[in-house]
Ligand binder design. Sequence first.
Ligand code: IZC
Ligand code: ZN
Length: 407
Amino acid sequence: MQRLLIQNIGMLATPEGKSARRGADQGQIRVLQDAYVLIEDGIVAQIGTGTPSIADAEIIDAGGKLVTPGLVDAHTHLIFGGWRQNELGLKLHGATYLDILAMGGGILSTVNATRQATEDELYDKAKEALDEMLALGVTTVEAKSGYGLDMDNELKQLRVIRRLGEDHPMDIVPTFLGAHAVPTEYKEDREAYIRLLCEEAIPAVAKAGLAEFCDVFCETGVFSAAESQVILEAGKEWGLVPKIHADEIDPIGGSQLTEEVGAISAEHLIVCPPEGIAAMAKAGTVACLLPATSFYLGSTFAPARAMIQAGVPVAMASDFNPGSCPSLNLQFVINLGCLKYRMTPEEVLTAVTLNGAAAIGRADKLGSLEVGKQGDLVIWDAPDLNYICYRMGSNLVRTVIKNGKAL
Ligand code: IZC
Ligand code: ZN
């Protein structure tokens, strides 16, 4: 048996439980001083205080620092060709995100670059991003397709996700996002594209076991709420659990749909109306908020406080993508959670660990430091939880432990 003992932990901070925490519970975490964690064969076996004596354990001295669960990034567009730095100038001259998309840029320019890239090129590029995420304290990521927008290229992206999941220490959870935009070749016949998604792409993805979730970009000029519902229902028939990009720019009914389709999570929610919050609270949908995207778009910030008050579990993720969030730094997201959402450090920790895990159906296995959960944790170069919420712009990770192994 492989035993790893992390001892001399100054502060161990973790949410607890096997499901999302909501309302006042989101801010209730367990804190231990002078703690240790014992991991056996990749699974947390003991947590306590003081210095235990455990035979045959490899020992890591945490140096009196902060330990938290490994961070969970529950929303990324990890697999893409090219970048979109040319859009920065357009943005500075006043073009909006939807203006650029309507001109055939935005997502559609990344679709061109992704179609041109080989599977190996996409693999190498995404692997670099995963290495960087891991170094920043992330131990599990969700990754979406959505830059292929045809059968071959969507499946190509999902195969890259599967290969990375096999090869890379990071846990990677795959989502099918064929409904990310209507591709140029279907511009005059969007119904035909929706049929392709529902009748061919979703069945092919599900049969190959290449995705767990089906996501839709429900937005002005992209997919309407009615279209989103059709696509998500088709996904459900094939066992793909619904997720929905809702209320990022315009509130066109996406968040209200969560209750009807039983979405596990809704993403963005920057302009989420009260009816959307009520629907999510009723459905138990996790609000997966992406504050670095608000920051980059120069938009407002999602009403996180109102969501917590209404009993909606709040997660936060990076939204790493080449258009609206060219950052994969979840530590920056932690800063924004406090500064822009006015969430407490305890609520923020829950958002980037247990509630992130719940947004991707993994709360039973990871997202907290408890006996029986996966041995994923971060030793921070920080004395306490407040410190990582307040310091900005440095990587405060000291050591990442993934499945009981120091990386
Ligand atoms: O490439 O612009 N919002 N999808 C929905 C994105 C942003 C990614 C992109
Ligand atoms: Zn997204």
